[in-house]
Design a protein around this ligand. Sequence first.
Ligand SMILES: NC(=O)c1ccc[n+]([C@@H]2O[C@H](COP(=O)([O-])OP(=O)(O)OC[C@H]3O[C@@H](n4cnc5c(N)ncnc54)[C@H](OP(=O)(O)O)[C@@H]3O)[C@@H](O)[C@H]2O)c1
Length: 238
Amino acid sequence: MRKVCVIGASGKLGRYMVGHALDRGYEVVGVCRERSVPKLADFADRITVVPGDTNDREVVRRAVAGCDGVLTVLVPWGVRQYSSGTAQAVLDFAEPGARLVFSCGWHVARDGRDRYTRRFRATVRVVTVLARLLRAVEVDDQVEAARRIFASDRRWTLVRGSDLEEGESQGLPVWSRHVGDPVLASNLTRRVDFALFMVAALTDDTLVGEAPAIVGRLTPSALAHAADGGSPAGHGAP
Ligand SMILES: NC(=O)c1ccc[n+]([C@@H]2O[C@H](COP(=O)([O-])OP(=O)(O)OC[C@H]3O[C@@H](n4cnc5c(N)ncnc54)[C@H](OP(=O)(O)O)[C@@H]3O)[C@@H](O)[C@H]2O)c1
């Protein structure tokens, strides 16, 4: 891994990913909306910024050229297929063989074996309907983006985040293939560690073709799982 592109670099997750990528000595190209370029001021002399909407195919094509890895923050803003447009552009234009790592939430199901609580399902349903009515967010489009990623023959990983909080890093989150597994029960990850997982996935071939659902390694459910003899936190699915 030499050069990576961060699509959605100016957001909270994006900026953490830029930081982790620079810490690893990678050359970084960041894509963000023109108005958000100042949010990358801290990194200004260390990264290349390509301003533009993340679903602008020409912007994505230019930004991912020559990149060995692409880290994409999938966000379903508006009712304009923003997430699926972003995912499709990355799938279409990333270099052959590049590692593609995308972010989303637990609500994106992988293979019918995720188990959601009734409350979680109800919340997602309400948010989906309300957000669409307000024409603010298109939750379904993140699901469509995931469908396209799953169907592609690229070297992809779709990282499914739990609820997030700010705070000091606790290290690499634990993951599982299925939402509902006991190890994930705490449903909380530090955002800085979500970013760490995304960047670490670039060089972890065991995550190719996986949609890991993650949780903080120091959360009660992760610790209980490790105490029960589960795989050590940070080392993959139980
Ligand atoms: N928040 C959670 O609790 C949670 C939980 C699980 C998973 N996730 C996943 O984590 C990832 C990051 O989410 P986050 O909530 O932490 O947010 P975030 O990192 O702050 O990212 C928000 C992104 O959305 C962009 N954005 C905001 N308004 C926009 C608009 N109107 N049009 C286009 N782009 C817009 C921001 O760009 P600008 O800098 O240009 O504004 C930024 O890149 C997402 O993939 C999300 O699905 C989040």
